[in-house]
Every structure is written in structure tokens, then in C-alpha cells.
Design a protein around this ligand. Structure first.
Ligand code: SGN
Ligand code: CA
Length: 511
């Protein structure tokens, strides 16, 4: 009896094994990857991060990823600026090692990147949306990208053969293109890796047609350092050009165009690209705002407060469309039985200032821009509703994707696979600190070159061209208002972190 059962069992296994081709057996194990990459999305503007905006401007769909998976509380970038961050994601290398230090550089597409390696392991790969690396994308079976920063309304898209203007709102178009590509994968019998890369919520925060009035009745809480005077910080914090007060433009950023600003003027992108119906809907919302603003005749701190509210209403409404996009792709995965076998990643190329220190934009190694949101779901692997405080980096995506797909690691990348952390285990030898470097100076927003190290509590920053230092204890001073570089009681820690910075530079072979 036992023998007969065992014989039948063996026969069954034999039958199952040979009725599948090898590729189907492997494929059943190979997970898909959906990498949702957004531009300038502050973690403070994601409700899963429990920020002060969570009830006023919730992100219920993005939060679904956190509820189904993991919220990373300490995800950081190598270099807080768009193209260099993207180059680090693709190569798993710091900026000095992949050669992409500033937005002015052109990506060397002959380098080893994780999409190329996934292709060699049987994956179909695609990139849809913002690219910003100037060279022609390599490592993608399909790509459909925005030129440069792209446009919010009726954007152009560049594919392998053509440039095509598409009528509509950029976030919705990128979503539709992504869904179409996902559908095209159904019959291929191959695993997929899709990078859905939104332009939103990049400056100048143009709301979509369905969100034009969304937050117009809401007053958002101001950060308590909106009127930072940069006391104790170095000249870099004072000399930047990214304040809401001085840098943020009323016409361009806050859309206070005069009726005389015709479509021929360059404001800068929007006005000339909208069709009459889009323009009419837009004017119906903004005309009364402009007329009230003109009457109010604001100045000084009152004007900064008004600008901050306008900024938040636009920025957060732009994010609502991104949140809806995420909802659509998550629904698609669920409805098509792909949820279980797909890693979904939600992250941004860097963080962003929402009025903290009086700023918008990014670039500095202070928390709001050095940190980036990171949420991941992969049912069965990542425990639902989990969080991690491990120090992780945008350097880590490439090796994570290689390990989870069984793709050999070339051994040249500088990150770490996040797979153990995703499973809820933190290896004892996990990194204890991060290295940061920013190079785009002189450049937009005038943030001086700097590098630094952060160990999860203490942060040292060196503005090396003027040899100025900053040192923060984030436990005592989470908003980084008090530079304690010269404080006598901090000298042991300062020396320790200076040594750590030196060690990191040696480890990453920084000249
Ligand atoms: C543009 C923006 C800047 C922004 C950079 C880089 N100015 O130059 O405000 O910092 O992009 O952004 S704008 O007048 O063109 O809006 S990045 O995310 O691509 O690095
Ligand atoms: Ca960016």
C-alpha cells in the first residue's frame, strides 16, 4: 500500500515536472518588479509617514503599499538631485564612481546597470516617464520618456523611433502607458521589471484637471522653522537661492499670471501648451485667486505665509494625481493575479523642502532632502504593516533586484541587497553610516558643494570649497537648527564622525 502510494506520488511529480518547460519552472520563481519612481516627493507629504499633513492631504493608495508591506524610516540618497540619483539607482554606484555628479552630466549608458543584468536573466524591462539622463536609455526592451523635465500638460514623449505629443495630463498619461505595457506582458511568459517614473510633483507643481480645486479651502500648518534665520549654520545655508520668500516666483511657481501674459510669453511651459478647454478650467480656479491676491497687497512675512499656502495647495494636489496613479496600477496587479509575485517599490529621486528652513527644492544634506520616501510590498516575503529603521540608500536597489531575481551580482556595485531587511531581519553587520556628496555648484539654487557622513544620529557636513563644517545631533535637534561643530562637549563625536567620513571615502574610493 505504502509502496503504491509512493510510486503514484513519484509519477505525479515526474508528470508535473515534465509538463512544465524549464523556463516555466524558473519563471514561477522569478518575481516581477514594479518600481514607481517619482520626482521630488517629500516623505512629509505621504500620510503613511504620519506627518502633520496626513489628515489634510492623505495619500491612501500610496499608503496601501505600506499597509501591505514595509515602510522604511531611514531611506537616503547618495546625492540629492535628480539625474545623479537616477544614475545611482541604475548603477548601484555613488556619483563619483558612475561619473554622473550633476544634472549637467550625460549618463554613460555603456555602464553595467541592473536593468541590463535583469534582461540577461530573462526579464522584459521597460521605462516610462521621466528619464533626465540625456543619453539614449540602455537596458530597456521598451522605453517611452519625457524630454528633459517634460511638461505637465499635453507633453511630448520620445520613444525609440519618434517624438509624439500626447493630449492630456502627464501623470495620467504615464499611468495609461504603464498599464498598456503591463497588459502587453500577459502573453510573453517572461517576468517583468517596469520603472514607472512620474514627472510629478516637480516644480512648478501644475495641478491636473481633476485636482484644480482640491485643496483650495484648506489652510496647511506651517513648519515652525519657516522663518529660519540660519544662525549657527555656515554661509552655505545663508547663501542658497531656494527660499519661498526670495526665490519662489509669483508668476511662474504660483501661477499669478496677469491677463496680459499671452500664450506667446514663455510662462514658462504651461500657458502655451494648454488647449482652450484646459486653459478655461485653469483660469476659472486661478483668476479669482489672483484677483484676491492683488487686492490683498501683501508684503513681508504675510506674503511668505500666503506663498507657502499656495505652494502647498498646488504641490499636494499634484501628488493626489500620483496617488490615483498608484491606485490604478495596484488594482491592475490585484485584478490580474500579479499581486503575490510582484515587488512594488514606491520612492522618490530625493526628498524636498515643504517650507522647512524657509525653503523649497532639495540638494542639501539636511534631512528633508537627504532622506527620501521608501515603501515596498511583496506579499509572502515582506511582512504586511512592517517598518524598518535600518540605514538604507538608493544605492541598494540594484543589488536588491539582482538578489531577489537570482541574477548574478557583478561584484562592482557599492550598495547592499535589502532582501534580508525586507524579510524582517537586520544583519548584524549592516552599514552603520552613509556617505553623501553634492556637486552642482555654481548652479540652480546656489547650494555649495558638500559631502558628509551620517550614522543615524550624528551628521557631519563639510562645505569643502570654503572649508566650513556643520555638525548636528539629530536626537537633540531633529530639525537641524543648531550647528554644534564647535561645541566643546561635542568634540569627541565630531572627531569620530570626521574619521567616519574619511573611512567611508576610502571604502568608496573617493579621490
Ligand atoms: C529645474 C528647476 C529647479 C530644480 C531643477 C532640478 N527650475 O532647473 O528648481 O531644482 O530643475 O530638479 S525650473 O525653473 O526649471 O522649474 S531635478 O529634480 O530635475 O533635479
Ligand atoms: Ca528630483
Amino acid at each position: 500500500m505504502y509502496k503504491t502510494a509512493s510510486f503514484l506520488g513519484t509519477l505525479l511529480l515526474f508528470f508535473i515536472f515534465f509538463s512544465c518547460t524549464t523556463s516555466e519552472v524558473e519563471q514561477a520563481k522569478q518575481p516581477n518588479i514594479l518600481f514607481v519612481f517619482v520626482d521630488d516627493h517629500a516623505f512629509q507629504a505621504i500620510s503613511a509617514y504620519q506627518s502633520s499633513l496626513k489628515d489634510l492631504a492623505p495619500t491612501p493608495n500610496i499608503d496601501r503599499i505600506a499597509a501591505n508591506g514595509m515602510r522604511f524610516n531611514r531611506a537616503y540618497v547618495t546625492n540629492s538631485i535628480c539625474a545623479p540619483s537616477r544614475a545611482s539607482v541604475l548603477t548601484g554606484l555613488h556619483s563619483h564612481a558612475n561619473g554622473h555628479r550633476t544634472n549637467e552630466d550625460t549618463f554613460d549608458g555603456s555602464q553595467t546597470t541592473f536593468p541590463k543584468l535583469l534582461q540577461t536573466n530573462g526579464y522584459n524591462t521597460a521605462l516610462i516617464g521621466k528619464w533626465h539622463l540625456k543619453s539614449v536609455p540602455t537596458g530597456f526592451d521598451y522605453w517611452d520618456i519625457l524630454p528633459g523635465q517634460g511638461h505637465y500638460y499635453n507633453p511630448d514623449f520620445i520613444n525609440a523611433t519618434d517624438t509624439v505629443r500626447v493630449e492630456g495630463y502627464v501623470t495620467e498619461i504615464i499611468t495609461e502607458k504603464s498599464l498598456a505595457w503591463l497588459k502587453s506582458q500577459q502573453e510573453t511568459g517572461k517576468p517583468f521589471m517596469l520603472m514607472m517614473q512620474h514627472k510629478a510633483p516637480h516644480r512648478e507643481w501644475e495641478k491636473g484637471p481633476n485636482q484644480l480645486s482640491l485643496y483650495e479651502d484648506i489652510t496647511f500648518p506651517e513648519p515652525d522653522n519657516l522663518f529660519d534665520d540660519y544662525q549657527t549654520r555656515t554661509s552655505a545655508a545663508r547663501d542658497q537661492d531656494m527660499t519661498i520668500d526670495k526665490t519662489m516666483e509669483l508668476k511662474y511657481d504660483l501661477k499669478m499670471w496677469e491677463p496680459a501674459d499671452s500664450v506667446n510669453n514663455t510662462y514658462k511651459f504651461t500657458l502655451g501648451r494648454m488647449n482652450p478647454a484646459q486653459k478655461k478650467a485653469w483660469d476659472a480656479v486661478y483668476d479669482p485667486i489672483r484677483s484676491d491676491f492683488t487686492k490683498a497687497n501683501l508684503s513681508g512675512q504675510e506674503l511668505v505665509r500666503w506663498k507657502y499656502q499656495r505652494y502647498m495647495r498646488d504641490y499636494l494636489a499634484v501628488i493626489r494625481a500620483v496617488d490615483e496613479s498608484v491606485g490604478k496600477v495596484l488594482d491592475y496587479l490585484k485584478e490580474n493575479g500579479l499581486e503575490e509575485n510582484t515587488l512594488v517599490v514606491y520612492t522618490s529621486d530625493q526628498g524636498f523642502y515643504l517650507g522647512e528652513h524657509g525653503w523649497f527644492d532639495k540638494r542639501f544634506m539636511y534631512e528633508e532632502s537627504f532622506r527620501t520616501p521608501l515603501l515596498m510590498s511583496w506579499p509572502g516575503v515582506i511582512p504586511a504593516g512592517s517598518t524598518s529603521d535600518a540605514l538604507v540608500s538608493n544605492l541598494d536597489f540594484a543589488q536588491t533586484f539582482l538578489e531577489m531575481t537570482g541574477t548574478p551580482d557583478p561584484g562592482t556595485m557599492q550598495g547592499l541587497s535589502l532582501l534580508p531587511i525586507m524579510k524582517g531581519e537586520q544583519p548584524a553587520d549592516w552599514r552603520k553610516s552613509l556617505y553623501y556628496a553634492y556637486f552642482e555648484y555654481p548652479g540652480a539654487h546656489s547650494v555649495k558643494k558638500h559631502e558628509g557622513a551620517f550614522d543615524g544620529r550624528f551628521k557631519i557636513i563639510h562645505f569643502y570649497e570654503s572649508d566650513e563644517w556643520e555638525f548636528f545631533d539629530l536626537q537633540a535637534d531633529p530639525k537641524e537648527m543648531n550647528n554644534v561643530y564647535t561645541a566643546p562637549e561635542m568634540q569627541n563625536q565630531v572627531l569620530r564622525m570626521q574619521a567616519e567620513l574619511k573611512r567611508l571615502k576610502a571604502e568608496y574610493r573617493v579621490d
